[in-house]
Design a protein around this ligand. Structure first.
Ligand SMILES: C[S@@+](CC[C@H](N)C(=O)[O-])C[C@H]1O[C@@H](n2cnc3c(N)ncnc32)[C@H](O)[C@@H]1O
Length: 198
C-alpha cells in the first residue's frame, strides 16, 4: 500500500503499523518543531512515515529505530536510515529531538484482541501493557540522558494512556513539559507532549 503525504511517498507492508491519525498528528508537530539542521531520532519508526516526512521537508538529519524487523525494512525502503533495536540501547550519541509514537494502549488483550491475541508485530505496535505506559516510561528514562542541553522529546499519547501520569513521570525525570497539540477523535483525545531537557 502507498500513501502520498507532505511531499513524501510512503509504502507500508503487512506486519507494520498502518499510518494513522496519531502518525499524522506527530508528523505535523515534528515539522513545526524542527529548526534547521537538527539531529533527530525517531524511536518506533514503523513504516518510516514520520521520518520520511521530516526528510522531505526539513534540513534535519534523521535516523529511525524499530524493534520490528519488518518495520526496519519498510523504513529503509522509504529512504530513511534505520536500526533494528529495542528503544535507545542500540544507538550512541545525543540528539536535538527524539520523537516517539509509542505503543500506548492499555489492556489491549482485553480491549481489542480478546481470546484471539497473537504475538504478531501489530500487537507490539499497540500494546502499552496493563496501564498503557510500560514502554513510554522506559523510553522517557532512556531518552533523558540522550538529549543535548535544551533537547526535546516529542511524543504522542492518548487520553486512554493517562496523560497526567505521563506528565508526572516526565517532571520527575526533570523534563519541562508542555502540550504541543491536541486533537479529539471518536474514542480518545490525542496529545503531542513536548518534554524539554532542563
Ligand atoms: C504506534 S506504532 C508507530 C509507528 C510509526 N512511527 C507511525 O507513527 O506510524 C509504534 C512502533 O513502535 C515500535 N516499538 C514498540 N516497542 C518498541 C521498542 N521497545 N523499541 C523500538 N520500537 C518499538 C513498534 O514496532 C511500532 O512500529
Amino acid at each position: 500500500m502507498i500513501i502520498h503525504y507532505k511531499n513524501a511517498i510512503i509504502k507500508y507492508i503487512t506486519q507494520v503499523y498502518e499510518p494513522s491519525e496519531d502518525s499524522f498528528l506527530l508528523a505535523e508537530a515534528a515539522l513545526s518543531e524542527i529548526k534547521g539542521k537538527e539531529n533527530v531520532l525517531e524511536v518506533g519508526c514503523g513504516s518510516g512515515i514520520i521520518s520520511a516526512v521530516i526528510k522531505a521537508n526539513t534540513g534535519a538529519r534523521i535516523i529511525g529505530i524499530d524493534i520490528n524487523p519488518f518495520a526496519a525494512a519498510c523504513t529503509k525502503i522509504n529512504g530513511v536510515d534505520v536500526i533494528r533495536g529495542d528503544l535507545l540501547s542500540c544507538i550512541k550519541g545525543k540528539f536535538d529531538i527524539i520523537i516517539f509514537n509509542p505503543p500506548y494502549l492499555p489492556n489491549i488483550k482485553e480491549k481489542i484482541a480478546g481470546d484471539k491475541i497473537t504475538k504478531d508485530w501489530i500487537n507490539v505496535a499497540l500494546d502499552g501493557g496493563d496501564d498503557g505506559r510500560r514502554i513510554i516510561y522506559r523510553f522517557l528514562e532512556e531518552a533523558e540522558s540522550r538529549l543535548v542541553e535544551n533537547g526535546r522529546v516529542l511524543m504522542v499519547i492518548s487520553s486512554l494512556t493517562g496523560i497526567e501520569e505521563v506528565k508526572s513521570k516526565m517532571i520527575s525525570l526533570n523534563y519541562a513539559v508542555e502540550d504541543k497539540v491536541q486533537e479529539r477523535f471518536m474514542f480518545e483525545q490525542l496529545t503531542v507532549i513536548r518534554g524539554t531537557k532542563r
